[in-house]
Design a protein around this ligand. Structure first.
Ligand SMILES: Cc1cc2nc3c(=O)[nH]c(=O)nc-3n(C[C@H](O)[C@H](O)[C@H](O)COP(=O)(O)O)c2cc1C
Length: 182
């Protein structure tokens, strides 16, 4: 990881968020700007967002639609942000939304914040609770905040939090193609 830009090298997804820390509206705007300036197929920008700061109704609506196992840690985040696809006959919407959220995570690192994403949640419940338009498909919830005390986590999450992160070696990811030099 030595040669990576620090913004990428220092990004990781914690479960432990500081339950007191606040993420300001200005910081959230910066995160959304980072997402907004992501590239997309034909510049269609098929992303929509719903933002809930802790104590706000939107935060509570997002939180209650997460599985109980995720609520254990996500409730401590400063912001829960729903990222959704704008579904207008765009086969690349999911790809583009992923890029937008990736931009957001890098910008979060630049602000000294952390992000953990969750795709497992009650989509129908969230559509109802947030009264989302019919052409919007909830895709991922991002929990955003400052790093908290990992020892405040339940034992299984603490174990996860303090384990080494792994990636497949490049040798398994880069395919050797017929015309590659041997
Ligand atoms: C699309 C997506 C969905 C994820 N869903 C969950 C989830 O449901 N619960 C969870 O605890 N982490 C979730 N994660 C976090 C991943 O487990 C985490 O990014 C991965 O283990 C790599 O760790 P790192 O982000 O610290 O490098 C998700 C991440 C992504 C990108």
């Amino acid at each position: 990881m030595a040669d990576l830009t620090p913004l990428l090298a220092f990004r990781w997804s914690p479960h432990s968020f500081d339950p007191i820390a606040e993420v300001t509206s200005a910081e959230v705007t910066t995160l959304l700007e980072a997402a907004r300036w992501a590239p997309s197929v034909d510049n269609r920008q098929p992303w929509r967002f719903a933002v809930g700061h802790r104590e706000e109704e939107t935060f509570k609506h997002i939180l209650v639609n997460l599985p109980a196992s995720e609520q254990r840690w996500a409730g401590r985040a400063s912001v829960l942000l729903l990222a959704a696809e704008h579904t207008t006959d765009n086969p690349f919407a999911t790809y583009d939304l992923g890029q937008a959220v990736a931009h957001l995570t890098v910008q979060a690192t630049a602000l000294g914040l952390h992000v953990r994403q969750v795709t497992e949640f009650d989509r129908r419940g969230l559509i109802t609770d947030l009264d989302l338009p019919s052409d919007v498909r909830p895709y991922v919830v991002t929990a955003i905040g400052q790093l908290g005390d990992p020892f405040s986590l339940p034992a299984d999450l603490l174990r996860h939090e303090t384990s080494l992160r792994h990636r497949q070696p490049l040798g398994e990811l880069v395919m050797s193609c017929a015309n590659s030099p041997s």
